[in-house]
Design a protein around this ligand. Sequence first.
Ligand SMILES: Cc1ncc(COP(=O)(O)O)c(C=O)c1O
Length: 401
Amino acid sequence: MAELAINGGTPLRTIPYPVWPVYDETEKQAILEVLESRQWGTLGPCVLAFEKEFAEYLGAARVQTVNSGTVSLEVILRALGIGPGDEVIIPPYTFIATATAVLMVGAIPVFADIDPASNNMDPQKAEGAITPRTRAIMPVHIAGVPADMDAFTALAGKYKLSLIEDAAQAHGSEWNGRKVGSLGTAGSFSFQLSKNMSAGEGGAIVTNDEELAEKTWSIHHVGRKKDGVWYGHYTLSSNLRMTDWQAAILRSQLTRLDGQIDTREKNVKLLNNLLGEIDGVEPFTRDPRATRVTHHLYMFRYNSEVFDGIPKNRFVEALTAEGIPAHSGYTPIQKQPLFKTEEVLRITSGMDYASVELPAADKACDETAWLTQDALRGVEKDMNDVRSSILKIRDNCGELG
Ligand SMILES: Cc1ncc(COP(=O)(O)O)c(C=O)c1O
């Protein structure tokens, strides 16, 4: 008789973890109000209110909503005048949008390897990747864990580069007590379905630079000017606006964010202790300057040797079958077929991304497993079940061979 659920055994958990996204009567009422207001889009009242509220929350001067976190990165790059021939330094352990945003404006993404301690971009590697064509550095706060913003701020200052934070996964995370996304030249958030604040889709640009904010406003609004007439268009750009439905939901989501972060922080502490005692898995240690972490994902390292050589993907499948919301995470980004397309080869003058050596990121792709945020919003027993499931798999890994 098989023990493991993946082989037909009884799953360790039958009760699901808390589902995401979360909503209550507030969202229902807010959506009804948008419906009855008939102001469903085009700089509606909820959009304007949410931009103000999110800016206040982040301690930033300006927030510009757009229709996704990919587009927000693109708009920032365009507003900074970054385009063909320019290079932007990005980390490889990230979602593809970090790279495609750069390509979409015709610029060249240059990968700087990660620091294995955090899976975030290594500032020294970033410095080593700077060339006379570099215009910006774009650290990602992966899983919601802040990148080393002291080092990246110093680097941007030293080489006079723009510093763009990809904070798509980091709503409410803080570096030295300040909210990420507000620390560089501009920051970018995503409100896609899985994110810690969600409207299904959506994005936000954050900046303290008024001139840049004017440009991003124009770019997201078919090239209009704030003080111009409706049919006055001054920049080549598109309609990238958020609807009032999305903003209405986000206003409610923002009121819950801090409470949800507190729950995730508490559970991550528990998980770190529980998983820290299991031979074969290893939690990440936290930089003390990361004063608050929103934990979009819980990353941990998996050592297949302790699990009879069972590959990580198989382990994650077995964990999921036991009822734990797990994911095997990113694969090496530089090997994505995208980078071999004619279009990318034209933009990058034939750059051979597949042969770029990124050993730390490749190792992270091999070893890092994720728990999704569903697992992080439960109660103590839910965290204990993660531990028990991992131990169950390790005790029965002969079944996975
Ligand atoms: C690190 C990172 N950057 C950018 C994005 C793009 O956001 P969106 O899906 O809203 O376009 C995502 C989200 O998936 C992300 O995780």
